[in-house]
Write a protein that binds this ligand. Structure first.
Ligand code: CP3
Length: 349
């Protein structure tokens, strides 16, 4: 199927675009009343994730409601540990919980390298249904967590400010850590390749807990596995690496075989451009900027666009949109990106 809007793919490949493409991390979710209405009728988050027709429906909701330039498949990074043998629960208003965690060599040995069709078939089916329903309106983004971030949840068992159990494992048993990262990486490579076969046009790797590692550990336990994942993807499918808080790892990113680097709002895009060369950058408005008045949202968005410059930029927030954000403000953000980035090119011409 021919894409009617392929701006984000062209921007990711470093090609010239007539305006800056825009989407939001967590655009499919609680900010939309139509999501909350559907979600309220179900037993919980997992039912939504595991029912392909419903996952496809909420994936498409923000395309209709917000007019963004890409759809991201509605799922979660935690489906991977589950496919490897560690079930998660999504506890209402608290977040993910793993009743069993990884503590020992025996625990790592028990985990399997998952087979995507067998263990993650519901995500692949959701991608196929979504792709068909989109009818080429916008590209579809597939995703997975980075191996380090997945290890962090598997060892810790739930969210944490420090993930000190997970970081402790890196210090106390680097070899076991690498064994676990190996299994997660092999699963993730097969899973992301299967997502491409099921219709994903582009991929994003979320390293949400990158920022709590020291630079040496980041290099040894995270960046090298992400690099391996990027290198294993089909050459025509752009990969974005979003490593939240990893301002110390620009050298790793410059070497990474990926097209796009996602930036959180702590980063100065001009400084990052100097360090990572000709890669495309994604980001990075502070999600809290969307709590402002329409005028404030517009001003903050324009400031951000000017810092990135007109080309090789995919506009987004610096992290997922917060659930209590007014969708009208999101629309102001999206419209401002479209208008102002068009104007930036006219000013240059
Ligand atoms: O729109 C999209 O971006 C696609 C959907 C998506 C979800 N999770 C849905 C979701 C994506 C890309 C994710 C990724 C994800 N999941 C990450 C990486 C991105 C990041 O935020 O750093 C992480 C760390 C997770 C793990 C996770 N899932 C947590 C910590 C939580 C609880 C916190 C929260 O936001 O409630 C989730 C739950 C979750 N994943 C929800 C959604 C829409 C909320 C569940 C609900 O509807 O009740």
């Amino acid at each position: 199927m021919m894409l009617k809007n392929d701006l984000i793919l062209r921007a990711a490949r470093g090609e010239q675009t007539e305006r800056t493409p825009v989407w939001l991390m967590r655009q499919a979710g609680r900010i939309l009343p139509e999501y909350r209405a559907l979600r309220a009728k179900l037993s919980g988050f997992k039912e939504l994730v595991e029912t392909p027709d419903l996952a496809a429906e909420v994936t498409i909701q923000p395309i209709d409601a917000l007019d963004v330039d890409a759809a991201i498949i509605f799922s979660d990074i935690l489906v991977v540990p589950e496919a490897m043998g560690l079930t998660y629960e999504m506890v209402e208003a608290r977040g993910p919980l793993f009743p069993e965690t990884v503590k020992s060599a025996a625990d790592v040995a028990r985990l399997r390298v998952a087979d995507p069709e067998e263990h993650l078939g519901y995500v692949l089916e959701a991608l196929r249904v979504t792709k068909k329903a989109l009818g080429g309106r916008v590209p579809l983004i597939g995703f997975a967590g980075a191996p380090w971030t997945i290890l962090a949840y598997m060892v810790e068992g739930h969210g944490s400010k420090t993930f000190s159990k997970a970081r402790r494992m890196l210090f106390q048993d680097p070899e076991l850590s690498h064994q676990l990262l190996r299994k997660i990486t092999d699963t993730t490579i097969a899973y992301l390749r299967a997502q491409v076969e099921a219709g994903a046009n582009m991929l994003q790797v979320f390293d949400s807990w990158a920022g709590i590692l020291n630079p040496q550990h980041y290099h040894e336990f995270s960046a090298r596995y992400i690099g391996e994942i990027c290198a294993a993807m089909p050459a025509d499918v752009p990969v974005t690496v979003f490593a939240k808080g990893a301002f110390f790892a620009h050298h790793d990113f410059a070497q990474m075989p990926c097209r796009t680097i996602g930036l959180d709002w702590n980063e100065d895009p001009r400084a990052v451009r100097q360090l990572v060369g000709d890669k495309t950058l994604q980001g990075n408005l502070d999600p809290c900027a969307l709590y402002g008045t329409p005028e404030q949202v517009r001003a903050a968005t324009i400031e951000m666009l000017e810092r990135f410059g007109p080309q090789r930029h995919i506009a987004n927030l610096g992290h997922g949109v917060y659930p209590d954000t007014n969708p009208e403000r999101v629309k102001v953000f999206v419209e401002t990106v479209k208008e102002h980035s068009t104007r930036m090119r006219q000013d240059l011409a």
